[in-house]
Design a protein around this ligand. Structure first.
Ligand code: CA
Length: 229
């Protein structure tokens, strides 16, 4: 099976370098030099497993590309390449539907490690004995990697799905940010714990009746989070 990665970067020297290293790591790499081209490539290759999107582009920016991909039903991995370091920008990126971000200037080794980790998360894993897990109005289908609330499908990214699965497999148990990072992003993840909080915030918006007063994903102060049945 081809492991397809999309790399969107307008600076050709950076793009060639990233592409070269991803190819060496065993990926088939689809290249794009603009947001518009990236969306066009996605329509030709809907089986892209991870998209690496530069934020700063002429025309449509990387956030816009990410939002559009998600709107078009792209549920696999997104890593944003950002030159900006402010926390608000990282949050903006993640809120538009990205799963991870790498700040420029980045080490290509780190970028490939992030792509590997995300690829492992989104490419699906062997399923267990049970097909589904139920909790309150939620039903998580392990085969389809799909979540329903009151019988209605909830649109989740693969990372959000991973978090929900970690919770439903540990109902009533407090999970630390480190626990979640390891369960969802994997052992090799080298990023910040902050990414857990940002994804939880996004997940609450999607699944809670009142995201400001969560009923299911409870905060365990100074520790992490817990799923309340
Ligand atoms: Ca750029």
């Amino acid at each position: 099976m081809k492991r397809k990665i999309l790399v969107l970067e307008d600076e050709t020297n950076i793009r060639s370098f990233v592409v070269l290293n991803l190819k060496r790591a065993g990926y088939e790499v689809i290249e794009a030099g603009s947001g518009e081209e990236a969306l066009e490539k996605y329509s030709i290759h809907p089986d892209i497993a991870v998209a690496v999107l530069d934020v700063m582009l002429p025309g449509m920016d990387g956030y816009e590309v990410c939002r559009t991909l998600r709107t078009q039903g792209y549920a696999a991995g997104v890593i944003m390449l950002t030159a900006r370091v402010q926390e608000t920008d990282k949050v903006t990126g993640l809120m538009t539907g990205a799963d991870d971000y790498v700040t420029k200037p980045f080490s290509v080794v780190e970028l490939v490690a992030r792509v590997d980790a995300l690829y492992r998360r989104v490419s699906g894993r062997p399923f267990g004995d049970e097909d589904s897990i139920h909790s309150g109005p939620f039903k998580l289908n392990l085969r389809a990697r799909e979540v329903q609330k009151n019988g209605v499908k909830v649109d989740l990214t693969q990372i959000e799905y991973g978090i929900l699965k970690a919770f439903l497999q540990n109902i009533g148990k407090a999970l630390s940010r480190d626990d979640l990072l390891e369960m969802v992003w994997g052992h090799h993840y080298v990023g910040e714990l902050k990414i857990v909080d940002v994804n939880i915030r996004r997940l609450r918006i999607k699944i809670e009746d009142d995201p400001a007063n969560p009923r299911y994903i409870m905060t365990v102060r100074g520790f992490g989070y817990m799923w309340e049945e």
